[in-house]
Design a protein around this ligand. Structure first.
Ligand SMILES: Nc1nc2c(c(=O)[nH]1)N[C@H]1C(S)=C(S)[C@@H](COP(=O)(O)O)O[C@H]1N2
Ligand SMILES: [Mo]
Length: 318
């Protein structure tokens, strides 16, 4: 298997796995935190998964003033159909998943293509924490302190050609390791896409961690997208393929129900899902008696992203 690396990376910047999983970035190991996981009330199966601290994470002002959901909420109420369709399934069923070694295949309309190790993909990118709201199309929401880096910084390294108008992302397809893929609930692998200008927008994040720790399997280890102004399903997990394209990719959800899920999927309280309202959302972790909160257009990020869609009819381009 040919493993290349983007030629803009000097070899001195590339170390072995140490850089990603070794001492530099990760200080505390499994033993130190297993007790804490148990104390947080998670089952023993999940406690077996190592919780590893990420080193050198720069704090930012993104989401300043917001109260993040608890680590427990973020890692136990998930959507990740590769590990089951129930909200508790990903935490229950992903404990045995080992996201290492991991390679990412880059193809399509770019100068630099090929297969890269996760270490090569991540090495040049300083990590930062950004607190983002995540609004699921099912009308619940969370606030998550992600750790990652701007998606555009990664895409730029492959020198996209002018023909690259869209970028497609795919999740690993391996039914042996992802038991949910043994049933045809979606057309596997999970596929998502962004228009190139959306992908290059500084709010689009490639996440590798949460709460200062390595991304738990149920949240999309080892690396997942976070596009905070779009419904949660656009934020594809466990990415192993990136394809620069001239034409829009067809996402798994568009294929499954084209009248319900569109390519854009911008959070929009003015456009209801055909089967339910999108005007309000339930904040996970709030009391069962708490009232739902109003959903904001573009999930509240309109000031930054609305210009991407000027002149577009967002009721048609849902
Ligand atoms: N590969 C993959 N990515 C996925 C999903 C999935 O089923 N498979 N679910 C999506 C949906 S619907 C949501 S709401 C978010 C949930 O992310 P979280 O579990 O980290 O909160 O992941 C998205 N990414
Ligand atoms: Mo979702």
């Amino acid at each position: 298997m040919l493993i290349r690396r983007p030629n803009d990376i000097r070899s001195s910047e590339i170390t072995d796995k140490d850089l990603y999983l070794g001492r530099r970035r990760f200080l505390r190991g499994a033993a130190a935190t297993a007790g804490a996981v148990l104390a947080a009330g998670l089952g023993p199966r999940i406690a077996l998964a190592a919780r590893q601290r990420l080193d050198d994470v720069r704090k930012t002002d993104f989401g300043k003033g917001e109260t993040p959901n608890s680590y427990q909420d973020i890692t136990s109420y998930n959507n990740f159909y590769e590990f089951g369709t129930g909200k508790a399934d990903p935490a229950a069923n992903s404990g045995d998943f080992d996201p290492a070694p991991w390679t990412v295949q880059i193809s399509g309309e770019a100068e630099i293509t090929g297969e890269f190790t996760l270490e090569d993909i991540l090495a040049p990118h300083p990590l930062e924490e950004r607190i983002y709201r995540l609004r699921c199309v099912e009308a619940w929401s969370m606030v998550v302190p992600w750790v990652g880096f701007p998606l555009g910084d990664l895409l730029q390294r492959f020198k996209p050609l002018s023909a690259a108008k869209y970028v497609e992302f795919r999740t690993l397809h391996d039914p042996e390791r992802m038991p949910g893929q043994r049933r045809p609930v979606l057309d596997w692998p999970y596929v998502e896409g962004l228009r190139m200008d959306e992908a290059m927008h500084p709010l689009a994040l490639m996440a590798v961690g949460v709460y200062g720790e390595v991304l738990p399997n149920q949240n999309g280890a080892p690396m997942r997208l976070v596009v905070p102004w779009k419904y949660g399903f656009k934020s594809i997990k466990s990415i192993d393929r990136i394809i620069f394209r001239e034409t829009p990719p067809r996402s798994s959800w568009e294929k499954a129900a084209p009248n319900e899920y569109g390519f854009y999927a911008n959070v929009n309280p003015e456009v209801d899902h055909p089967r339910w309202s999108q005007k309000r959302e339930r904040r996970i972790g709030a009391s069962a008696f708490a009232s739902k909160i109003p959903t904001r257009k573009f999930n509240g990020y309109g000031e930054q992203v609305a210009s991407l869609y000027s002149g577009m009819d967002l009721a048609r381009n849902y």
